[in-house]
Design a binder for this molecule. Structure first.
Ligand SMILES: Cc1ncc(COP(=O)(O)O)c(C=O)c1O
Length: 310
């Protein structure tokens, strides 16, 4: 896993446990700048630490490249997720990670949705790359694991200590499943990404769909960053339908092949209305996140087509 990221990696018991090990790499009381568009779990972690006075929390929009570059000079830690979940915003990592930093500023990138095959944050200049291996690395929705990679031996030692003290060492079965997943990651991702490209294009041209969020589409605001820094746009997309949240829920209920479920990155496609999740009410009400699997693309389209109704 470390070699895929271009550094050395520590496997931790879940993506959340991996995320929890990261803020402690920064000196107490310093500022953590977190992207506005990142998992609620990570936001919660940072907010609780801020509430206890362990750090000062600031938020920045993923697309505010100048803001990230300015913050690099002064704050303790930048934390970006790219592409973001669920709006698939791609940060201008090339520009942000090439910017001069303060002496102790650490730049952290969560690349769970891209995987190391599509973006390698350490090679672009990040100090820490974090990912939930629960998703694409495991690939079969039967694994919980996180991975943190770095090129710094002192950060690696601190991460190993944090893992030990939290008791967050993954089990033997989990590490076996992750290794087995890595062996087919390139094949699964290639197929899932091809499917995602096709579905995104069809959804974008479909009158029942209001908007498609997918960095592989030229119309997506982050398309140019994706082309510049990613080997491929990935296999997760989101789309908004016309009508109400109830109509979008009805679409979810009509699915027959695609599973109506939260997790992503598995061989089977999953779809969820994200604003239905407590704490995610700020998202567009009909936004449906689709994690595209490796099924036959025409079977997936047939299911989406019938679920969207007339
Ligand atoms: C981008 C991202 N990072 C981290 C996590 C947490 O991962 P885990 O489910 O392995 O705890 C998630 C979970 O949804 C995620 O989407």
């Amino acid at each position: 896993m470390g070699r895929l990221d271009g550094g050395q990696a520590v496997a931790i018991a879940s993506g959340m446990a991996a995320s929890a090990a990261v803020p402690g790499l920064m000196a107490p009381g310093r500022t953590l700048v977190l992207s506005e568009d990142c998992p609620q779990s990570v936001t919660g972690l940072a907010a609780v630490a801020a509430g206890k006075g362990q750090l000062n929390l600031e938020r920045l929009a993923t697309e505010d490249t100048e803001g990230w570059i300015r913050a690099s000079r002064t704050v303790g830690m930048l934390w970006l997720e790219s592409p973001s979940n669920p709006l698939l915003k791609v940060a201008d990592l090339k520009a942000i990670l090439a910017a001069p930093t303060g002496r102790d500023t650490l730049r952290v990138v969560d690349h769970t949705l891209a995987t190391a095959l599509n973006v390698r944050p350490l090679m672009l200049g990040a100090d820490v790359a974090v990912q939930s291996a629960t998703k694409f690395v495991g690939g079969h929705s039967d694994l919980l694991m996180g991975v943190v990679a770095t090129r710094s031996s002192s950060l690696l030692a601190a991460l190993k200590e944090a893992r030990m003290l939290a008791g967050a060492t993954p089990g033997a079965l989990e590490t076996f499943l992750a290794l087995r997943g890595v062996r087919t990651l390139h094949l699964r991702l290639e197929r899932a990404q091809d499917n995602a490209r096709t579905l995104a294009a069809r959804l974008a041209g479909d009158g029942r769909v209001r908007r498609v969020h997918y960095p592989g589409l030229a119309s997506h605001p982050s398309h140019s960053h994706a082309v510049a820094q990613m080997a491929g746009p990935g296999a997760v997309l989101a789309f908004e339908t016309h009508g109400t949240a109830d109509d979008a829920d009805a679409t979810c209920r009509r699915l027959k092949l695609i599973r109506h479920a939260t997790s992503l990155g598995g061989v089977e496609s999953t779809l969820e209305r994200r604003a239905a999740i407590p704490g995610q009410e700020h998202l567009p009400p009909t936004l449906l996140r689709l994690s595209v699997g490796i099924e036959h693309v025409e079977d997936l389209w047939h299911d989406l087509n019938q679920a969207l109704g007339s």
